[in-house]
Design a protein around this ligand. Structure first.
Ligand SMILES: [Zn+2]
Length: 858
């Protein structure tokens, strides 16, 4: 086993056996809260041929305990004869008995572990039986359904397991559920036995899986079945709108089929698991989760309304392709430890971007790649909290903090550049070799680099060091010297790092653009004859894959700030928008001038993807970078441009995008009155049938704007929502919309009870309302308490929740008080864990820049 780079700093501590005083035996691995790396390593060395069987009795009542029995079979070869450490949260309360070798075991509870004395075990084959009450923390129990969600380290919140990714095991589920319920789990369904009050479903053992992919869901679900390219698929869902289901059903199955076919061809490996079923869960925490045999999705991402934007339609195809790609990348070959969790996410997103090509022949996929990745990745990489793609991890309980835009959005950009350096064919050959060499096992990032290094003349280890192991992005500056353009890169951190990168520099002249390849290293690159007066602009990120803070020369900036909409290619416009936004945030372009440009561009922009990007930036500038006086003065004009888009003869997807932007930015009484007419149905939009979600959004926007009768509007909207899951969500969120600030503050207070934070998407919706820009002032008192809750949020919440909690709290504030509050919090909390501190720095960046631009805050 190679020395993992993340442990290089304390390698001696980790790898040399520690000698106890007066004893020649090495110390046992640490048994502390979570799964320390040393414990995981020890178990990986001493345990093999692992298999689990879980029998769970799920009662109808959401508060009644779930009783369980686990049978854990394995080979054990521990020359040191240490006690065996099993992971299970709150074992003292939950374990009823442990048996091994046919006898009761005198086990002990230590933190979130069950420690089984070595004397109770055999050297060689063992079978340990645990009778327990399942923990509810990772079982998402609702009144008539529940689902497990174990990633990254939460399997042991519910079940006794060895909770680490490199002890893969077959898992067999036996679920006893109330009569009338459906259930789905990792393996194929073997047998179902119906009794008057119960159903028992026996699932066959799965292929080897890491614990974070163990999964089941059970409850009142409807089931749709389809045969796609000869493969049976089942879709479990709770949608009550039959027309909506019918409209989406075939597309959802077809997109899965297309993704599977593409992946089988690319990897040359047939679908590696037994069944292909998926579950649409209302208000699911993530877009999707890739459990083999039981992929979970957020229902609203797959069942789209007729008013869906192109972004939502592409997003659905992407999330389906992403989760399907995980069947090979992550599920078949799993990272050895969560420091490499990014390797599965990067491949899933990288492949997803390719997979959706054939389904959307009219889309500019290079522009799609740019708009799906760079803005989000820069959102982190431009901050003081930027993290590297690959981050060290000492204990699995910290794994949740590794997730974010850097692994989901920056890593695919880096992978795209890697493929370009290695060559498409060699890259695919390397990926195939990597997958087949580690099938049903584990691998590290260095394992893949080693394969690609052999297939390519490039020095990938050096390349990987700065792109993968370092945070941040290069500062790439364009200047003009005489007739030439000169491009240099610098390290904003002053550490002299160099990011090797091939740029396709777009050089714009009257007769058209040309792309000039430039290999950018430590030395400045000189583009002869490309800096003269005939050159309108020099755009270093010409192909959209380039990555950095690109600072334009004065002439190029002035040209693009006036004439960007005239650029012919959608990709060029998209790249220019992303770069101009950075000029705004670096205070090289005034927000008011950016607003002018956006308003000129919108009526002309015909590409849906570029359009969505402009609308997004416009909204950010509108609420975050322009003073109230400018907003008041220009609202009529902005609303006019947006409404013109809504009523134009464009495709419905583009009109829907304009409508959402208009609803989000509208301020004048005339626009708000129109919003109310739309909600009441006294004004309609020919060609855009509004769906329940649109009416909910309109009612929300009206309440935030405190129109007369807002309370009746919310009452009526609550009545209009037929689906019980969505009605429950609306009820939960309602107090956050109240016109009385004390009711809104009471809503925030209620979130201090973890039970009120169980449905994270509901909580985030409420926070968005609470901190709406029009109400941010009254929400200021909740900023510090929300920050103070951060560590608890991380302990009790799922992986994206800490960052999203922070974003929802801070993103809409621009006041110096809020900016000061966050800085004071960081000063007063020097002991805050570094990765959590980084999340705060990431989420506060926009607030700090807004305060600086609007109020001169420093
Ligand atoms: Zn993923």
């Amino acid at each position: 086993m190679p020395l993992p780079r993340h442990l290089a700093g304390f390698a001696l501590y980790a790898l040399l056996p520690i000698l106890l005083p007066g004893c020649d035996r090495p110390a046992p691995p640490p048994v502390e809260l979570g799964v320390p790396w040393e414990l995981a390593e020890h178990r990986h060395r001493t345990i093999s041929d692992l298999a689990y069987r879980f029998e769970l009795e799920v009662p109808a009542g959401r508060g009644d305990p779930i009783q369980g029995r686990a049978t854990i079979a394995f080979q054990r070869h521990d020359p040191d004869g240490f006690d065996l450490v099993l992971d299970f949260m709150r074992p003292g309360e939950r374990v009823r008995s442990v048996r091994a070798k046919g006898a009761e075991v005198a086990w002990t509870a230590v933190e979130d572990h069950v420690v089984i004395p070595a004397a109770s075990l055999e050297e060689g084959r063992n079978e340990v039986e645990v009778a327990f009450t399942a923990g509810d923390e990772a079982l998402n129990r609702n009144d008539d359904f529940l689902y497990s969600l174990f990633v990254p380290d939460r399997a042991h919140f519910a079940l006794p397991v060895f909770d680490q990714p490199n002890l893969k095991a077959a898992v067999a589920w036996s679920l006893r559920v109330p009569a009338g319920w459906e259930a789905v789990a990792n393996g194929a369904l073997g047998e179902a036995v119906d009794a008057p009050e119960w159903r028992t479903l026996e699932f066959l053992p799965s292929k080897p899986l890491p614990t974070y992919l163990f999964a089941f869901a059970a409850g009142a679900f409807s089931v749709e079945e389809a045969l796609v390219d000869g493969r049976a698929m089942r879709m479990y869902h709770r949608e009550t709108d039959a027309a909506k289901l019918a409209r989406n059903r075939d597309a959802v199955f077809r997109l899965h089929g297309e993704a599977l076919a593409w992946l089988e061809e690319y990897t040359a490996i047939p679908y590696p698991f037994d069944t292909f079923d998926f579950v649409l869960i209302p208000s699911f925490q993530y877009g999707g989760m890739e459990h083999p045999g039981a992929i979970f999705y957020n229902a609203s991402g797959l069942l789209l309304d007729e008013s869906a934007t192109q972004g939502q339609i592409l997003g659905r195809a992407s999330v389906i392709a992403h989760e399907t790609a995980h069947m090979w990348f992550g599920d078949l070959v799993t990272m050895d430890w969560f420091d490499d969790v990014w390797t599965k996410e990067v491949f899933a997103n990288f492949m997803a971007a390719r997979i959706v090509h054939p389904s959307f022949p009219d889309v500019d996929h290079a522009l799609r790649f740019l708009t799906a990745h760079h803005p989000a990745a820069y959102g982190v990489d431009r901050t003081k909290g930027a993290n590297p793609i690959r981050q060290p991890l000492e204990n699995l309980r910290e794994a949740g903090t590794l997730y974010g835009a850097i692994i989901y959005q920056k890593a695919p950009v880096v992978m795209q550049q890697l493929e370009a350096r290695v060559g498409e064919d060699a890259f695919r050959a390397g990926v195939r070799e990597y997958l087949s060499a580690h099938a049903y096992g584990n691998a590290t990032w260095p394992d893949l680099v080693a394969v690609l290094d052999r297939l390519s003349p490039e020095d990938l280890t050096a390349w990987s060091r700065v792109w993968v192991e370092e945070p941040g992005r290069p500062v790439v500056t364009v200047s003009r010297e005489g007739l030439d353009a000169v491009i240099t890169q610098a390290d904003a951190a002053g550490r002299g790092r160099v990011w090797p990168q091939t740029l396709q520099v777009r050089v714009g002249r009257e007769r058209g653009d040309t792309l000039v390849p430039v290999e950018l290293g430590a030395a400045p690159a000189r583009l002869a004859g490309m800096g003269g007066d005939d050159v309108r602009f020099v755009l270093p990120n010409g192909s959209g894959v380039e990555y950095g803070l690109f600072l334009l020369d004065t002439a190029s900036l002035a040209y693009l700030a006036d004439s960007l909409p005239a650029l012919e290619s959608g990709l060029a416009r998209g790249a220019a928008w992303v770069t101009l936004w950075d000029q705004v945030l670096e205070q090289r372009l005034a927000p008011a001038r950016f607003l002018d440009l956006a308003l000129t561009a919108l009526p002309r922009e015909r590409d849906d993807l570029a359009l969505a990007r402009v609308l997004g930036y416009l909204s950010s500038a509108w609420w975050g970078l322009l003073p109230d006086s400018v907003r008041a003065g220009r609202a009529v004009e902005v609303e006019g441009v947006l409404w013109q888009g809504v009523t134009s003869d464009r495709p419905r997807t583009a009109r829907s995008a304009f409508l959402a932007a208009w609803r989000g930015m509208a301020l004048t009484p005339a626009a708000v009155a129109r919003m109310e007419r739309l909600w009441r149905g006294t004004e309609t939009l020919p060609g855009i049938p509004l769906a329940e979600a649109d009416y909910t959004a309109l009612a929300t926007a009206l309440a935030v704007r405190e129109v007369e009768g807002w309370r009746d509007i919310l009452d009526e909207q609550e009545r209009r929502i037929a689906n019980p899951d969505r009605k429950a969500r609306f009820r939960f969120v309602r107090p956050s919309l109240d016109a009385d600030p004390s009711v809104r503050l009471a809503f925030f207070e209620s979130l201090k009870d973890p039970a009120n934070r169980e449905r994270e998407p509901w909580v985030l919706s409420g926070l968005e309302n609470l901190h709406h820009p029009l109400r941010a002032g009254s929400a200021l008192p909740t900023v510090r308490p929300a920050l103070d809750m951060l560590e608890e949020i991380q302990r009790t919440g799922d992986i994206f929740f800490p960052g999203r909690w922070l974003d929802a709290t801070l993103a809409h504030h621009t006041e110096t008080e809020a900016a000061d509050e966050v800085r004071r919090y960081l000063e007063e909390r020097p002991e805050l864990p570094p990765r959590l501190r980084a999340k705060v720095l990431q989420s506060a960046d926009g607030l700090w820049r807004s305060a600086a631009i609007l109020h001169g805050w420093r």
